[in-house]
Ligand binder design. Structure first.
Ligand SMILES: Nc1ncnc2c1ncn2[C@@H]1O[C@H](COP(=O)(O)OP(=O)(O)O)[C@@H](O)[C@H]1O
Ligand SMILES: [Mg+2]
Length: 401
């Protein structure tokens, strides 16, 4: 039996963005202390943590001192150098551990691992130079060339229509290693989030439907409306990956569903995931509390969904014409607003999210979309009307008036 790290102990977190912020909230609610470590200061997680340490991930002295003052370490950002994890492991457990990070930090390693355990992935090739790209199978075009490391929110990706685009695509990526993946003409995207404890106990959330815009997650919806057969297949795949990677913590498996109903794994994230933010309101135990429970050796919580829900990301673009219209929040009685405390907006930067709950997934998705639209600044000429409003001043759905 793995010993329990009891409330009152201190959890160290590598990375300090919004995932760390929501983790910190869950950890503190359970009575833990949190120290966050990242190269930045005044960060979304650091603002709420007991201690914010600002140092590069390869400052091993700072890493050692961080490790000496915590009882266990987890990550909210998987691109931490594995050497830092090895230093920390001399003092306290790191969950998830080195093997998980080594595999998921690089797309080529991740794809090889997935293909190796028999999980369906998009046809792909590892590419190390232009010549390799130019001599790769024509079957992989049209395709997406993705950097092997450090990609997120569609960054480090370029679409290649044919082999004729190879030279321009390789140069624009400007990296030493990449993966060329065949473009999947998918019907939809979804994710399965699974938590796994140090004793192997697992608990998954039912699939969450994801809609992307410009390669960035825009809206997530649960329940997904997928057939039981597809749900069963995806959940089995997610469990098998968590087990074979020996994840302790939370793992998100991103899937494509093809038009002929095949399930394909897109990528893994060994941590809570943007698509799971709706679990904060909509599920008995949210993904962040599950991470706390898993890394501290506590039994996992129930993943039962309480009500249909939808989440919409608030990207920096919403700030482009000035502050969002916070005054319309009085219309959002059934919409929860989460902001990450980021002082600077940038196009595509995740600044916050909204979660709506309703009678059905469709209604929740419509409500959250209207709510997000209604926040668009007045100065924007194309500002849409905030939608319909009921007697109590809440946004109500079209067709229900
Ligand atoms: N092989 C592919 N075929 C079709 N669409 C893809 C493919 N790979 C990525 N995409 C699109 O780009 C999005 C982001 O790509 P992903 O590999 O998940 O990288 P990121 O790390 O940026 O999330 C996906 O969610 C999907 O919408
Ligand atoms: Mg992704």
């Amino acid at each position: 039996m793995t010993p329990i790290i009891s409330p009152g102990a201190t959890i160290g977190v590598l990375g300090s963005g919004q995932l760390g912020r929501m983790f910190t909230l869950a950890a503190r609610r359970l009575g833990y202390h949190v120290h966050v470590f990242s190269p930045s200061k005044n960060t979304p997680a650091g603002q709420l943590a007991d201690l914010e340490i600002q140092a590069p991930y390869d400052d091993f002295e700072a890493i050692e001192s961080f490790a000496r003052h915590v009882d266990v370490v987890t990550i909210e950002f998987e691109n931490v150098n594995v050497e830092a994890i090895e230093v920390i492991q001399r003092f306290v457990p790191v969950r998830p551990g080195c093997r998980v990070l080594r595999t998921t930090q690089r797309r080529d390693n991740e794809k090889a691992f997935l293909a190796g355990i028999g999980v369906p992935v998009a046809p792909y090739a590892s590419i190390r130079n232009l010549a390799e790209l130019q001599s790769t199978s024509p079957e992989l075009f049209p395709g997406i060339l993705k950097t092997a490391g450090w990609g997120y929110d569609g960054k480090g990706q370029v679409r290649l229509s044919s082999i004729a685009d190879a030279q321009l695509g390789w140069r624009s990526l400007g990296v030493q290693a990449a993966v060329l993946e065949k473009l999947i003409d998918f019907a939809l995207e979804f994710s399965v989030i699974v938590a796994r404890g140090a004793n192997g106990e697992m608990a998954h959330y039912d699939p969450i439907l994801n809609r992307h815009e410009n390669h960035i997650l825009s809206v997530s919806v649960s329940p997904s409306g997928l057939t039981l057969k597809i749900v069963k297949e995806a959940v089995e795949i997610a469990h098998s990956i968590a087990e074979q990677l020996d994840v302790v913590g939370v793992l998100c498996v991103e899937f494509f569903l093809t038009k002929d109903a095949r399930v394909i794994v897109n990528e893994l994230a060994p941590r809570p995931h943007n698509s799971g933010h709706l679990t904060i309101e909509a599920h008995a135990t949210c993904q962040f509390e599950q991470q706390v429970r898993a890394v501290c050796g506590l039994p996992l919580g129930s993943t039962a969904q309480l009500r249909p829900a939808a989440m919409a990301n608030l990207l920096g673009d919403l700030w482009m014409d000035g502050e969002p219209r916070w005054e319309v929040m009085h219309l959002m009685k059934n919409v929860k607003v989460h902001l990450y405390g980021k002082s600077e907006w940038r196009e595509g930067r995740k600044m916050g999210h909204l979660t709506a709950q309703a009678e059905s997934a469709t209604a929740a998705e419509e409500l959250v979309s209207i709510a997000r639209q209604s926040l668009v600044s007045r100065r924007n000429e194309s500002c849409p009307s905030p939608g319909l409003v009921d007697a109590e001043g809440s946004i109500i759905l079209r067709g229900q008036a």
